[in-house]
Design a protein around this ligand. Structure first.
Ligand code: TYD
Length: 137
C-alpha cells in the first residue's frame, strides 16, 4: 500500500507582495502540480460542519484557505493525519484516492480548492466502507 506521506504534500507558495500588500500566484503545472481544470470554494461553513467525506478515483486537489482557517483530516485506510490550513500561502496537495474530511471552519474561512479534473460524480467514492474495500484489496 502507498504511504500517506507519498499521497499528500504541504505546499508553501512564495509571496510576491510588497508595501502595497501580499500577492500569491499559483500557476498550474508549477506551483500547482497539475493543470487546473476546476476551481471551487467553500465559505459559510462553521465549526460544527464536516464536509468532504469522500475520495476520488481520478481527481487530485490543492486546498488553500485564502481567508480564515479550517482543518482537513486525510486518510488512506491505513494512516490518517490532520492538517490545519491556517495561512493563504499554504496549500495542501492531495493525490487521488485519499479520503478527506474538512471541518472546524472559522467564521471567515474561504477554502479555495483547485483540481485537475472537471466535476464527475461517478468518480467520487462517498461510502467509507466501499473506500476501505478498494484500498485494502
Ligand atoms: P460535495 O461534494 O458534497 O461538497 P464537499 O466536498 O465540500 O463536501 O458537493 C456539494 C454539491 O455540489 C453536490 O450536489 C455536488 C455539487 N458539486 C458540483 O456540482 N461540482 C463540484 O465541483 C463540486 C465540488 C460539487
Amino acid at each position: 500500500m502507498v504511504k500517506l506521506e507519498e499521497q499528500i504534500q504541504i505546499l508553501d507558495f512564495p509571496d510576491l507582495g510588497d508595501e502595497r500588500g501580499n500577492l500569491v500566484v499559483v500557476e498550474g503545472g508549477s506551483a500547482i502540480p497539475f493543470d487546473i481544470q476546476r476551481i471551487f470554494y467553500i465559505y459559510g461553513s462553521d465549526d460544527e460542519v464536516i464536509r468532504g467525506k469522500h475520495a476520488n478515483l481520478k481527481s487530485e486537489f490543492v486546498m488553500i484557505n485564502v481567508s480564515g482557517t479550517s482543518k482537513v483530516k486525510v486518510d488512506n485506510g491505513l494512516e490518517s493525519r490532520i492538517i490545519e490550513l491556517d495561512r493563504p500561502r499554504m496549500g495542501l496537495y492531495l493525490k487521488s484516492m485519499v479520503w478527506k474530511e474538512m471541518y472546524d471552519f472559522s467564521p471567515d474561512s474561504v477554502l479555495l480548492v483547485l483540481s485537475n479534473e472537471h466535476y464527475n460524480p461517478e468518480e467520487y467514492i462517498r461510502n467509507y466502507d466501499d473506500y476501505l474495500k478498494m484500498v485494502r484489496k
